[in-house]
Ligand binder design. Sequence first.
Ligand code: FDA
Length: 331
Amino acid sequence: MGIMDKAVASSVPVIPRPVVRKIASRYIAGGRLEEALETIQNLNGFGCLATMSVLGESTQSESAATEKLEQYKRIVGALEANDLKSGISVKLTGLGLALDEDLCRENLEEIVFYAGEKNRFVRVDMEDSSYTAATLELVLDMHERHANIGAVIQAYLRRSLKDVTRLAEAGVSVRLCKGIYYEPREVAYKDFDTVRQNYVLLLEELIKGGSYVGVATHDEYLVWHALRIIHQMGLTKDRYEFQMLLGVDEDLRRILVNAGHKMRVYVPFGEDWYEYSTRRLKENPKIAGYVAKDVIGSIAKAVENRRSYGGTNDGTSAVQERTIPGLVRRV
Ligand code: FDA
């Protein structure tokens, strides 16, 4: 990320929520399950598989974790009823990991069992490094009883090389991504190229170890390396798939699908859109352009309103309300 992008990314928290919602709507399938189902139907029509996720982070109570579990069961039921090609992605803190590991284990086993009966796959998203060990232990343990569960490995973590060896030995399917959480240097590589190099190393280790790999990236350099490995090792389609986030680089998505590769799209939906959206916006260097457009649009509208209504004199115009400190000067 360049200096400009970093400055823009660090300004994301001060962007007004309505602006975040508007810009981030491309990354989210909507607030309701029906909207997410429709999105998946469209993706299936374009030759993509999906994995559906409910927005929202850590649950604060046992009852909230149980509600999340029930919600995931409803989702699995709806995917089945609508004959959609999609699994689900779950966050363990949503199922109670931060409250009680045993509660989380029970909830996870229930959803994995339920999904397994309907031939659906459950991918366990990876959260920040304080949960890495517990998450991997739970997935490895559950994988001994249920084949329809898979893990996520983050290439920025220093520990990941050891983790992929264990997961490959156990035959666990792995989604490989760079990692999105802020981590201290002790636990994570900070340099962009080092993370990339580690991604390629982990990918090679996973493939050599026999794991099914979900190559989850929009970074064309990494996609190229994956294609190189697929070519050099003569991998068949039962060994890997590409994975991308909803709303990100649909051109690349199409190119890979048209080239005959399996592609799965991560489809989040729900009312708790803010945290997921800000993470996506921080990743997107083009955000400055969108924000600028929105702010300029607001200014133009306000000027127009002043012309029509003679303006305000109380100093609290729409322009001031929508002004984003730092960003406006830069874009
Ligand atoms: P990078 O961030 O370098 O992006 C490469 C290019 O892709 C950019 O230059 C830009 O063009 C485009 N791009 C990337 N993000 C964009 C955005 N939001 N909007 C517009 N363009 C964008 N992380 C994690 O910690 N735990 C997890 O469980 C998961 N799960 C997961 C599932 C799937 C299917 C994907 C694709 C990703 C995740 N991630 C994740 C997120 C992942 O760790 C990472 O943060 C993002 O994928 C961005 O990294 P890239 O590899 O795409 O590279």
